[in-house]
Design a protein around this ligand. Sequence first.
Ligand SMILES: [Zn+2]
Length: 356
Amino acid sequence: MNFKSVIRAALAAAAVSAVFSFQALADYATYSSSGDLPAGSAQESSGTPGVIYAPGVTPGHSGTPQGVVTDYSYLYNNGNTAETQTPQAQPAPAPAVLPEQAAQPETAPASSAAAPAELPAQEPTDAASQQTQAAAQTGVDGNPNLIMSNGRAIDVTKPMVALTYDDGPQTNAGNRIMDVFARYGQRATFFMVGDRVSSRAAEVQRMVAEGHEVANHTYSHTYLNKVDAATIRKQVTACNDIIEQVTGVRPTIMRLPGGNKNSTVLQNVNMPIILWNIDTLDWKTRNAQSTINAVVGHVHDGDIVLMHELYDATATATETIVPTLVGQGFQLVTVSELAAIRGVQLVPNQVYYSFK
Ligand SMILES: [Zn+2]
């Protein structure tokens, strides 16, 4: 049994409760971000922990949707953390931790990975829930390359990218973004600011209910390179605490506000640090077509795309980006899914830009 088979077996065995029901979502007043964020913070983003249905796992936190876990370690240690063990002790590949790149992410060159090109368009969305049921028995539709994760099937042999949205929650744009992802059966990652979470609880709960990754972007969007070690730890922990309190899911990845880091930051965040290699500059242009152009035709397998949840233009862009990428054969996955499927075990204080 190879590594992919181990992953598939582990996920398929547990793909039982893929569909959650959450109460009707409250509608919150439009969130104004004016003055909230530095206009020049091109490199910010936040990360949300992904959730994967693991074998035999029960919710570890009160309020966690049943079957949702954020611990991916079972993908790497032969299933030892899962109640239902995966087969024989097949040594997992050594985590291919990406070296920190010297280049600043916003200036990162276009990916050299092969373009996904002529993959057939995937079945649009609604198939996901049906596939979930099938996967519980045999994988998905008998296809050995399919795994179940966050309530839908992923083909580990086909191109996948992670679209990420920072600085939320922001109810209007956030719900529009989620509407699109739901329509096409795809998943996103939301790097959120902790002090905005409580007043938008229903939106954040919807993220979890619909299989998106909720991730940490500090408690108050503090530039961590400007504060001391104790403040760094407090900013990170407080954000995790509030997200867990509201959703039952504790983030497992974070993104530095502004992408700003120094040695103190890299010693005290104590979570995997997710940056990006495709910067849409949506915060700067506030123009949907510009954001679309930054992604479509430029994104490659394994890329992490930076956008921001704050802007209606970004939601509008998402309404084109998602169906276009799906039509080109891309699967839109959470950051944690992307890392796990690529065999990367995320390490605290390590910086990641993409998962090629
Ligand atoms: Zn930010």
